[in-house]
Design a protein around this ligand. Structure first.
Ligand SMILES: Nc1ncnc2c1ncn2[C@@H]1O[C@H](COP(=O)(O)OP(=O)(O)O)[C@@H](O)[C@H]1O
Ligand SMILES: CC(=O)N[C@@H](CCC(=O)OP(=O)(O)O)C(=O)O
Length: 290
């Protein structure tokens, strides 16, 4: 009997959250090591199908960095990252396009459909315009050139919204087109942020392989559950926000400043962390609010 009451309680606890988020757009980004586990990302796709079914409007932006590196090595191309971004020459962009647009993306769409959700892939270059990424090496002051790596300067949201109006989950690859007509590779965190801002999403959620932002990356008990915009610069200066956390936190700051109410980092390896974050009062991971 208790078991049934518990099950009913879980459903009734979700009710106010479902009512609050119905019709709202939530951009969900995942990539990294979770994409190495079919079981792990299938659970995420199930959560996405659930969200859509109860009236939310999820938009998926996915990475696939590890699969790209594997395919490059199979083609005897050595992966090379500078400041967390893949150096992308003409041969590499072909591998990136194939892995993201023609392998990972249709696979994810297929899993949502297995859960009886409607989903369609969108190739990023059909909706995202970029300029070439440029940077400077802080040690040598030399200009950095990543090749075909882009910084988003425009997202055409109409194809995304058309799918959302038809209750179809858009699943988007982090690729863009340059003014030169060439295909460019985009960090998936940056692509998700730009898409969330352009859509005016209610929430931006990064699923990753750690519980959230940790004060000590080696110690999972040091989770920072809530961060205010004013605290972030000091954490960057102290090196707490570094590596793969930098594009996420910077993206979350940009998103919250552009009007998105909440941005989250949550643990993809915790089963159904996305549903827990959205539909319970517990909250998991790190959130940034204004
Ligand atoms: N303060 C921090 N808290 C948590 N993770 C951190 C921190 N600083 C750096 N990291 C690193 O960021 C990684 C997550 O970013 P990333 O590897 O880019 O994930 P994804 O591929 O899921 O986008 C973690 O696995 C961890 O190694
Ligand atoms: C420019 C750049 O680095 N692009 C990334 C795009 C994929 C990505 O970001 O995948 P994850 O989220 O799985 O890391 C790359 O080529 O790996």
């Amino acid at each position: 009997m208790d078991k049934f009451i518990e099950k009913a309680a879980a459903l009734t606890e979700a009710l106010p959250f479902i009512q609050q988020f119905r019709g709202e757009t939530v951009v969900v980004k995942f990539g990294g090591s979770i994409m190495e586990s079919e079981e792990g990302y299938s659970r995420i796709m199930q959560d996405i199908a659930f969200m859509e079914c109860v009236g939310l409007r999820p938009v998926v932006v996915h990475g696939g960095g590890k699969a790209i590196s594997r395919a490059m090595k199979e083609g005897s191309i050595a992966p090379n990252f500078v400041q967390g971004l893949r150096v992308t020459d003409a041969a590499t962009i072909q591998v990136v396009e194939k892995v993201l647009n023609r392998e990972v993306n249709p696979h994810l769409v297929g899993i949502i459909q297995q859960y009886h959700g409607k989903a369609r892939g969108i190739h990023g270059e059909d909706i995202i315009r970029v300029e070439k990424m440029v940077g400077t090496d802080p040690d040598t002051n030399e200009t950095l050139d990543w090749g075909y790596v882009g910084k988003v300067n425009y997202v055409d949201v109409e194809p995304i919204q058309a799918y959302l109006r038809s209750d179809i989950v858009p699943v988007i690859t982090p690729l863009g087109k340059g003014a030169d007509g060439h295909l460019y590779n985009i960090n998936a965190d940056d692509a998700a942020t730009a898409i969330a801002c352009a859509l005016g999403a209610r929430k931006l959620v990064f699923l990753t392989d750690v519980p959230g932002l940790l004060r000590d990356p080696e110690d999972k008990s040091t989770l920072i559950s809530s961060l205010h915009l004013s605290e972030i610069d000091a954490l960057i200066d102290r090196g707490v926000i570094a590596g793969g956390m930098l594009p996420k936190i910077k993206g979350m700051v940009g998103a919250v400043k552009s009007g998105i109410k909440k941005a989250h980092i949550i643990d993809a390896s915790m089963p159904h962390s996305l549903l827990l974050e959205l539909f319970t009062s517990e909250g998991v991971g790190t959130e940034i609010t204004e």
